[in-house]
Design a protein around this ligand. Structure first.
Ligand SMILES: [Zn+2]
Length: 408
């Protein structure tokens, strides 16, 4: 049966806001989007009337569904994870996935989980065992031995298996990429350059060599998937972009020549403003935290705005990604990134495009725009997000449709 949603406002994900608009869909497929008067109501159509706004389902391209995201003191969240089996982690993740979907997020990209279990959650959702958003998952993140995702937190007789994939050298990173793709990964996550706390004026340092980055990217691209990199600092971003990385996660310090390089390569930027703001407020309020960490948080939380401004002016594709799961909770914080993109200079319409069309394009999901032939992933919002973008942070104002099916 065909369904028609008529709304006072339709935001189509392509930059248009149509007053008295409508979307006609059947099953998971959109047939038409336009003015309600032009589309009409074919015989036998179910009609949903709304005084609010109809817009594409939202996306968060940087989540960690394995972890609840409740704030914890240093290392506690890792210790809690170490007491859980993969099955328990995956079952907990399915509840976080449901919170995410109910908050209007119909697609997410999971940027690393122990045991690669979010690949299994993705499969379970696709097979209909559980309900959740569309997921693109990387499995394990690739890191150098002892690097950002392979930290020496534990006593040396404790060995964490499958928390991340520690790789070394060009062959090691190619093998690491192949192993994640064999497991079913949709993309590859690298940790190329990471945060550094021991200098007052340099807040990043190298982990992966350029040949290692090139090797992982070459394998990923040969197998038709993209590469995301956790990376800080202009040299690190430039090294990542030059060697094939497709999306820059975090960034925070990117200078003008590096922005030009990103524009030339068509690189995507995921500024993760939410995790940075949230961690800064937790860190600066912690009396036990060493000053060098507080200095890093103060500087990154200021400097990230200038970076975002440079990237925005260069017209680089920006996607909305929060890093939820890492001391920020699923469902509660995903839409905060859209609010912060507006704080950083985007119009509400532009920020919504970052969280819809830009993000589905990055993930390779045929949604994110309300137009014929796209998946019917949509939300009806009781209010106008172009007047008040913080309405998107209120799941209680939403009706959520994934593939044309309303989520209850
Ligand atoms: Zn992350």
């Amino acid at each position: 049966m065909r369904t028609l949603i008529r709304a006072d406002l339709v935001i189509d994900g392509k930059g248009n806001a149509l007053e008295k608009g409508a979307v006609l869909f059947e099953g998971d497929n959109i047939f038409a989007c336009g003015r309600a008067a032009d589309i009409g109501a074919p015989d036998g159509t179910e009609i949903i009337e709304s005084k609010g706004t109809l817009l594409p389902g939202l996306c968060d391209v940087h989540v960690h569904l394995h972890s609840p995201g409740t704030p914890s003191e240093n290392g506690e969240h890792r210790a809690a994870m170490a007491r859980m089996s993969y099955a328990e982690i995956a079952l907990a993740a399915s509840s976080y996935a449901m919170s995410t979907l109910k908050a209007g997020f119909t697609s997410v990209r999971d940027c690393a989980a122990p045991g690669g279990v979010i690949i299994d959650l993705r499969n379970a959702i696709n097979k209909g065992y559980v309900t959740g958003p569309r997921i693109k998952a990387c499995g394990l993140g690739l890191t150098v031995t002892g690097g950002h995702m392979d930290p020496p937190v534990w006593a040396d007789y404790i060995h964490l298996d499958n928390f991340a994939a520690a790789c070394n050298g060009v062959d090691g990173f190619r093998q690491g990429a192949r192993e994640q793709l064999k497991r079913g990964a949709d993309f590859i996550k690298l940790n190329t350059w990471v945060s550094y706390h021991d200098s007052p004026d340099r807040f990043w340092r190298q982990e992966m060599t350029e040949p290692e980055i090139a090797s992982a990217c070459d394998e990923a691209h040969a197998q038709g998937v993209h590469v995301a990199a956790h990376v800080y600092g202009p040299e690190g971003v430039a090294a990542s972009v030059r060697n094939g990385v497709d999306s820059i996660e975090h960034g925070h310090w990117i200078d003008e020549p590096t922005v030009e390089l990103m524009a030339k390569h068509g690189t995507t930027f995921v500024p993760t403003l939410t995790v940075n703001d949230r961690h800064a407020s937790l860190a600066l309020a912690n009396p036990d935290l060493a000053e060098r960490y507080k200095r890093w948080h103060r500087r990154s939380s200021e400097d990230k705005w200038a970076t975002l401004e440079r990237v925005r002016k260069a017209g680089i594709r920006v996607c909305s990604g929060t890093d939820v799961g890492f001391q920020i909770e699923h469902g509660k914080w995903n839409a905060h990134e859209i609010v912060l993109l507006v704080k950083g200079g985007f119009t509400p319409m532009e920020a919504i495009i970052c969280a819809t069309a830009n993000s589905t394009d990055l993930m390779g999901i045929n949604a994110g725009r309300l137009e014929a032939g796209r998946l019917a992933d949509m939300i009806i919002l009781d209010g106008n997000p172009l007047d008040d973008v913080t309405l998107l942070e209120k799941p209680e104002l939403m009706r959520v449709f994934k593939g044309g099916v309303e989520i209850h």
